[in-house]
Design a binder for this molecule. Structure first.
Ligand SMILES: C[S@@+](CC[C@H](N)C(=O)[O-])C[C@H]1O[C@@H](n2cnc3c(N)ncnc32)[C@H](O)[C@@H]1O
Length: 517
């Protein structure tokens, strides 16, 4: 049982494991490069996660980046024990966890090129936020990047009472946090369904209750029952980070670095006439009603004012098409804006990046884009990544052959351990790719197919998956309805297996997650 004081942060129930690709070093490095800040090196870096929870992001990223060293910190010893078990199961020599409150972090921990905290900043007291800034001051390496996520305003404004109602009702109930949050959710549904005036006046809040009903109770407890819970304007957080001499670099998801991909055309004049990035971010949040932010900060950045500087200092990022077979026009739904990518330049880039990845310098040197100004080509590549047409990867991809019909293996011990423990666990499964330097998420049914495939081969795959499915108690859904007819169920599993073999498996081979034995 844990004995450290958590300053109001809930400790009686464990959280849920989750992988967040936003935390990948390659994502943070690309945001820096996009915003003309020299990113830390791709290998030999140190990465600190504050409030790592059960550690799934930490372990997946450690498996995907064997050239980096990963340290996770958390007050909850049940969390760190789970993370430590996964580190051992995955034979991850480059990861470890420390059980402590941020205030007592060992001072000899050294400096880190990356410090990340997700799901922490909005859920701790002002005093703990100060401690976090102290940790960053002491432990961020020069030119290092900090990732902080938080509940944002104005998007949270009309939902804020949901947290108040859940917490106040839960306080009246008996039992552990899971029991109390379930009771509180039932109360929320009760008053919503009887048209309590708050819900009548706030239809989005009424709809939000349905989203809560789909969530794991452990998530709800950690999200809503803590003593502290705050949503911030971007300017509040930028102000706090400025006190630690940290300046804003950019944000995730990647498209948020392009204001024209975030707001409708009628607002664009406002942005064109503003050249202060801090003001732009505020405008963006008001125009897009931002409810959650992932922001990246740095101290003492080295700038790359010109494209030529980027080609010198950030050219180890590689680009390639996100999925085989993507065609133009390509449409991306980015929340407020739907972006359509098309035209001859993109057609050329799609052709160049279809089979293998290229660095920006290699793209610019290709005769096929010789007639286009280099800055326009670079922007097209960046926007292509931001809208999901291209991937940015940590290493060269492509060129190797893969025989789908030959024997298969999953080379990473970490991925094998995850497949053995998580397939058909009812939640998505993230596997690590050393090619991309990040994790890739599969549905749990696809993960079960992959697990069966490497354990027992292809013969009778669909039948074996169906047997496992029946034993797991997991249901199959079609158009939102549970399938009960056994013939229909057999047909759905067979179709899912075919789709996995035809499309899912080649993509996993491309990522190096699957290889020929
Ligand atoms: C919502 S969870 C997020 C976990 C993980 N980052 C994720 O996204 O899955 C917040 C984590 O911060 C930890 N935490 C909260 N306050 C802390 C403190 N003062 N010192 C160390 N850990 C803390 C909690 O124990 C919890 O595991």
């Amino acid at each position: 049982m844990q004995t450290l004081s958590s300053d109001g942060y809930l400790t009686d129930v464990a959280y849920i494991p989750g992988f967040y690709p936003q935390m990948a070093p390659v994502a943070l490095r690309f945001v820096a490069a996009l915003n003309r800040v020299v990113p830390p090196a791709a290998v030999g870096f140190r990465y600190l996660e504050l409030g790592c929870g059960l550690g799934r992001s930490l372990t997946t990223l450690a498996a995907a980046n064997p050239g980096g060293e990963f340290v996770g910190v958390d007050v909850n010893d049940e969390h760190t024990a789970t993370a430590a078990r996964e580190i051992a199961a995955g034979s991850l020599a480059n990861a470890r966890v420390v059980t402590t409150v941020f205030a007592d972090l060992p001072t000899d921990l050294g400096r880190f090129e990356f410090i990340a905290l997700h799901g922490v900043f909005s859920w701790v007291s002002a005093e703990v936020r100060e401690q976090i800034l102290g940790v960053i001051r002491r432990h961020l390496a020069p030119g290092g990047l900090v990732l902080v996520s938080y509940n944002a305003l104005p998007g949270w404004a009309h939902l804020q009472p949901i947290r108040g109602i859940l917490r106040q009702y839960a306080a009246l109930r008996q039992g552990d946090s899971i029991k109390r949050v379930r009771d509180a959710l039932a109360y929320l549904v009760f008053i919503r369904d009887r048209h309590a005036k708050y819900f009548e006046d706030n239809p989005p809040a009424a709809a939000y209750v349905d989203k809560l009903l789909k969530q794991d109770a452990r998530y709800l407890a950690h999200e809503y029952l803590n003593e502290h819970w705050t949503s911030f304007y971007f300017a509040d957080v930028a102000g706090m980070f400025a006190t630690a001499d940290l300046g804003f670099v950019g944000s995730l998801p990647l498209f948020t670095n392009f204001w024209d991909l975030c707001v409708r055309p009628e607002f664009q004049e406002l942005f064109r006439s503003t050249n202060n990035r801090l003001v732009t971010e505020a405008h963006k949040d008001f125009c897009a009603n931002t409810a959650f932010r992932w922001d990246i900060y740095t101290a003492a950045p080295r700038r790359m004012p010109e494209l030529v500087d980027r080609l010198m200092d950030a050219d180890d990022l590689h680009f390639r098409i996100a999925r085989p077979g993507i065609t133009l026009p390509y449409q991306a739904n980015l929340g407020v804006v739907t972006s359509t990518v098309q035209g001859p330049l993109y057609q050329t880039l799609v052709g160049m990046l279809a089979d293998r990845s290229l660095r920006l310098s290699e793209i610019l040197a290709d005769g096929r884009v010789a007639g286009t100004p280099q800055a326009d080509v670079a922007r097209a590549v960046d926007v292509g990544v931001a809208v999901g047409l291209f991937d940015v990867t940590a290493a060269t991809v492509g060129g190797s052959t893969f025989d789908l019909n030959a024997a298969l293996q999953v080379p990473s011990a970490f991925n094998r351990a995850i497949l053995a423990s998580e397939s058909l666990g009812g939640r998505p499964v993230a596997l690590a790719s050393t090619v991309t330097g990040t994790g890739h998420t599969l549905g749990d049914l696809d993960a079960a197919m992959l697990h069966e495939l490497i354990e027992r081969g292809r013969d009778g795959l669909a039948g074996r998956v169906e047997t496992r499915l029946a034993g797991s108690g997991r249901t199959l859904q079609k158009e939102g309805v549970t399938v009960t007819d056994s013939t229909e169920r057999t047909r759905l599993v067979a179709n899912a297996c075919d789709a996995f073999l035809q499309a899912g498996l080649p993509q996993l081979a491309r990522l190096g997650i699957v290889a020929n034995a």
